[in-house]
Design a protein around this ligand. Structure first.
Ligand SMILES: CC(C)(COP(=O)(O)OP(=O)(O)OC[C@H]1O[C@@H](n2cnc3c(N)ncnc32)[C@H](O)[C@@H]1OP(=O)(O)O)[C@@H](O)C(=O)NCCC(=O)NCCS
Length: 188
């Protein structure tokens, strides 16, 4: 069962800030909206590249997340500095091939720019990997696509035990150039 706002863990960053890792709740909507629009504007190694998300769109996204979590097909965890959202991770069951890929989880993760390189991404990723073992039944592996030049993320995932299983050269369009799409997996 999905419990909105449930705290999973608190930890201190390398700079000594106390961070809470918890499930989202409806009252976080404005924070999610601020966070996603800031990340999109940054135009970094994520799928958003400057699109502006409206409150209505983000509200629908949040509502769909809550339903998917209730159905055992998704986990979303946020990192909060008090009430400020500063990191976000999600794992989604792959339902793209009906039941054929339902043992596969797809990971997404980001940390707000001025909170990066303080150990938050690592703590958040480690926590969500543990959490999905109970919440997304039958999950056997986690996969994701990393932008080739995203050395920071690749080194984070290697530290977590992910391995590269494929590279699609020129598979992603990033700031006007075609770059490699690195496919990685961690078996659970
Ligand atoms: C990738 C990302 C989630 C990592 O989160 P983070 O909080 O910055 O990472 P951490 O501080 O926990 O660092 C974890 C590991 O990443 C690597 N790393 C972190 N900062 C780094 C830096 N400045 N240079 C090189 N490697 C770095 C290191 O291996 C580090 O482990 P270490 O601290 O033991 O050396 C974050 O940088 C981010 O949101 N980037 C933009 C969005 C993005 O790229 N998302 C991933 C899409 S696949």
């Amino acid at each position: 069962m999905f419990i909105p706002g449930k705290i999973i863990k608190t930890f201190k960053t390398k700079k000594g800030r106390e961070i809470i890792i918890r499930y989202p709740k409806w009252e976080d909507l404005d924070e999610f909206l601020r966070y996603i629009n800031q990340l999109s504007k940054e135009d970094t190694f994520v799928t958003f590249s400057g699109e502006i998300i409206s409150k209505e769109e983000e509200g629908r996204v949040l509502a769909n997340w809550f339903l998917a979590m209730e159905m055992g097909n998704k986990v979303v965890l946020g990192c909060f500095d008090k009430e400020k959202l500063i990191g976000l991770a999600n794992v989604d069951r792959d339902l793209s091939a009906r039941t054929r890929k339902k043992h596969i989880g797809v990971l997404g993760i980001s940390v707000e720019d001025n909170y990066r390189s303080q150990g938050i991404g690592f703590e958040l990723a480690k926590t969500i990997i543990e959490e999905i073992k109970n919440k997304i039944k039958g999950i056997k592996m986690i996969v994701l696509d990393v932008f080739g030049p995203n050395k920071k993320a690749i080194s984070l995932y290697k530290k977590l035990g992910f391995e590269v299983y494929g590279v699609l050269e020129k598979g992603l369009l990033y700031k006007g150039k075609y770059i490699s799409d690195v496919e990685i997996v961690k078996y659970l």
